[in-house]
Design a protein around this ligand. Structure first.
Ligand code: COI
Length: 354
């Protein structure tokens, strides 16, 4: 191991308080977290410590200007009980692309990966055994200068916290096609997994909820014509026999689950297209009876079926979930890879080493 990580073990475990058969998303945190501080141009004091709150100076720049990025990943156990990570290097690389866009320092890929292995190894008993559940991993980096002028911070904290999770959206979702607010614009921060992108989505999501919708279907910022994302996820449509997802255009988050889905579909010989997709095309397919499926895809949810899409003058009601072979296939492939039910022919799974 290249980096020296100090380990301070928790004196007791909270694991016995967790019911693995009923785990809400994002509310439970495992016993330990990884922490490192960036000072004088380098990552220092690498440590695994008991999970607990830490103090932040009221002038810490992240609180004022939101220079903060994160990743969402999962660790699972295969049927031999071995803890596994899925494509962790993709997350490390995206984290650093987000860091670059937000004018933050790199976390060297080998440091990121070593920290992941260390934290998952120490809390591997927190990985839920059942397929579809996992240990959610949340790497986070934030600016930590104690200064309220506006500049790129010189001090940062990088942490990885973890917690067991069940499915993120257990039910099919209803999407509101948003034509007032936008998530991202080319040249903006939409390709980065930046905290502020999520903050800006909350008001439109709240307004959509008042109309009875679960999430926003984000549209392009210039014409409100092309579809971008679904809530916090990438979006896929099945029209006729073809799967279509919006092309990464500089405003869309390049999801790792999105990438895995594209590989899986191509390997199975299912026609798939990455290209701009206009809402008018989806509506025309709906009227023609060829809109077979729509689903959101992300690490947290894996696949989340879209059951309805609302616009100002139309409510698209999609086929029932039991008639969704593509979405179900994807979910089964990704969850099955993680559990070891489906062989990993692409070298995506990485066993966790202590
Ligand atoms: C994901 O789908 O993995 C996400 O990014 C959702 C997360 C913000 C909870």
């Amino acid at each position: 191991m290249k980096y020296s990580i100090r380990i301070e073990k928790s004196s007791s475990s909270r694991l016995s308080q967790i019911d693995f058969s009923n785990i809400p998303f994002g509310r439970n945190f495992s016993d330990h977290m990884f922490v490192a501080d960036y000072k004088n141009g380098e990552w220092t004091d690498l440590r695994v410590v008991p999970f607990e709150p830490f103090l932040i100076h009221p002038g810490s720049m992240v609180l004022h200007y939101g220079q903060s990025i994160f990743e969402g990943m999962k660790a699972s156990k295969n049927n031999a009980g071995q803890a596994m990570l899925l494509r962790p290097e993709m997350h490390a690389q995206r984290f650093n692309r987000s860091a670059a866009r937000m004018s933050m320092p790199d976390v060297p890929e080998d440091l990121f990966l070593q920290a992941l292995h260390a934290i998952v190894h120490i809390d591997s008993a927190w990985i839920p055994p059942q397929e579809g559940s996992a240990l959610y991993l949340r790497p986070l980096m934030f600016a930590n200068d104690e200064f309220i002028g506006v500049h790129s911070s010189e001090n940062y904290r990088f942490i990885i916290m973890t917690g067991p999770v069940g499915p993120y959206y257990p039910k099919p979702i209803r999407l509101w096609a948003e034509r007032v607010y936008v998530r991202a614009v080319k040249g903006g921060t939409g390709e980065a997994k930046a905290a502020g992108n999520y903050a800006g989505s909350l008001l439109p999501a709240k307004l959509a909820a008042q109309r009875g919708f679960d999430q926003i279907m984000w549209m392009d910022a210039h014409e409100f014509k092309y579809i971008q994302e679904a809530g916090t996820m990438n979006i896929f449509f099945v029209i006729g026999d073809t799967v279509i997802t919006p092309a990464a255009d500089g405003a869309i988050l390049k999801g790792i689950t999105r990438d895995s889905i594209l590989h899986i579909l191509k390997d199975k010989g299912i026609p798939v297209e990455e290209r701009p997709i206009a809402i008018d095309e989806v509506i025309a397919a709906y009227h023609a009876g060829t809109l077979r499926e729509a689903f959101g895809a992300g690490t947290a949810a894996v696949v989340s079926h879209v059951i309805e899409i609302g616009t100002e003058d139309l409510l698209l009601q999609l086929p029932p979930v039991d008639q969704r072979p593509i979405g179900e296939l994807i979910k089964s492939e990704i969850n099955g890879l993680r559990s070891g039910r489906i062989p990993d022919t692409r070298g995506w799974l990485v066993p966790v080493v202590g």
